[in-house]
Design a protein. Structure first.
Length: 402
């Protein structure tokens, strides 16, 4: 019998919430490239953001795969493939056409001094032969998915897992009998190997095609999450030994920060030694898996109960994700003239982004067709009135008489 794992629901909600904080931080962090940058930028913010920078998206793929594996126990692969396609690809295409363009428009205004109207920009945005902003173009011109890149990657990995679900189930049964320590060694070694082999030659692009380092890292996280959901004995060990993962996380993060500040600096000749680079990959992999498994462990220990709030976010999380980055950028532009202190401004952006996402969700979930463009049902069901609910359990003649 299938039992819903509320800890995975909570973890998914918290992980998407972290995206709002992270993307607001991108507006203020020193040097790191973003669509719009504040005049107030802080170097110290890099150390704060690097804490989640290494693992936050891998965590999303990991828990998305766990959720998929749990749902796979109740639905056929074909039905899930159809649901995933509808819930991910339709919002992606709609988002690229409607939600994402304001981000690029603002970026061009503040980046290259673009002076055209929004309607003029949109004509260029959909013109595959446009000459506007060549540095922002790809094979499809200015069309872009920006923060929505997660959706096509998740769709692709989901189809892979569903096609290979029988094989993955067999692998999970076999792995579930192995020592947890050995599985951790394998996870760390493989992730380190991906970093060693692909990181330098294939820098992150989020372009789907040719983004081999990201595919290696995120697909491994996805497969690991899918397998863990089918390995109850190992999952319980992750929960039981969660404090060990805290240690991995703290040590990994500390070493990364020390290295960023030059305390672990290596000369170029030493860095090029293969075993030195692979050892660095091991440290990064320990940090990544330490954070992911620590969060899974603590969620499994303390977040096993559902709530009305969690039910709300289970429905609302995808529209929140679609809305959030465009809202952040538009709010930052709107607050610029006020010259607020960065701390006050950032807090306002966070609060107003959450309010905007909530209002957006409340509006779109009530509108047929539009709701489906955000990954919800195309035909929202209206809640029955009190009288209708009472009539539901009464004979037809009684309800007609009323």
């Amino acid at each position: 019998m299938h039992t819903r794992r509320h800890d995975i629901d909570w973890l998914r909600t918290l992980a998407f919430g972290l995206l709002i904080l992270y993307h607001v931080g991108m507006y203020y962090v020193y040097e790191w490239d973003f669509h719009l940058k504040s005049d107030d930028q802080y170097i110290w913010l890099q150390d704060v953001m690097i804490m989640s920078n290494q693992w936050r998206m891998s965590l999303l793929f990991f828990i998305s795969a766990m959720a998929l594996a749990l749902v796979r126990q109740r639905y056929s692969g074909w039905r899930l493939a159809g649901l995933r396609t509808r819930r991910l690809m339709i919002p992606l295409l709609f988002g690229m056409a409607v939600i994402v363009p304001p981000q690029l428009y603002v970026e061009l205004i503040y980046g290259i001094g673009y002076e055209g109207s929004y309607s003029a920009f949109m004509r260029e945005y959909f013109n595959l032969d446009t000459s506007l902003a060549p540095h922002k173009q790809s094979a499809i011109g200015l069309l872009t998915w920006n923060h929505l890149w997660f959706l096509p990657y998740l769709w692709l990995y989901s189809l892979f897992a569903l096609l290979a679900s029988t094989w993955l189930s067999l692998v999970a049964k076999w792995l579930n009998k192995l020592p947890a320590t050995l599985l951790m060694v394998v996870l760390v070694s493989v992730m380190a190997g991906i970093w060693f082999a692909l990181r330098n030659d294939y820098p992150s692009t989020h372009a789907l095609i040719g983004d081999w380092y990201n595919h290696g890292k995120y697909l491994l996280a996805f497969v690991a999450g899918y397998l863990l959901a089918s390995m109850p004995a190992i999952w319980e060990k992750v929960i039981r030994h969660r404090r060990w993962f805290v240690a991995f996380s703290v040590v990994g993060y500390s070493l990364i920060v020390l290295d960023r500040h030059g305390y672990l600096a290596l000369d170029e000749a030493t860095y090029q030694l293969w075993y030195v680079r692979y050892f660095i990959g091991i440290l990064l992999a320990l940090n990544l898996w330490g954070w992911i498994l620590m969060l899974v462990g603590y969620a499994g220990r303390y977040l096993r109960s559902g709530s009305t709030l969690l039910s709300y976010f289970n429905r609302a999380i995808l529209p929140y994700y679609i809305f959030h980055q465009t809202l952040i950028i538009l709010l930052a532009v709107a607050l610029m003239p006020l010259k607020l202190h960065a701390g006050i401004e950032a807090l306002l952006i966070i609060v107003l982004t959450c309010v905007g996402c909530a209002l957006g969700y409340e509006v779109i979930k009530r509108i047929p067709i539009v709701s489906g463009l955000f990954g919800l049902s195309f035909w929202p069901r209206r809640k029955p009135t009190k009288n209708a609910a009472e009539c539901k359990h009464q004979p037809l003649t009684d309800s007609v008489a009323k």
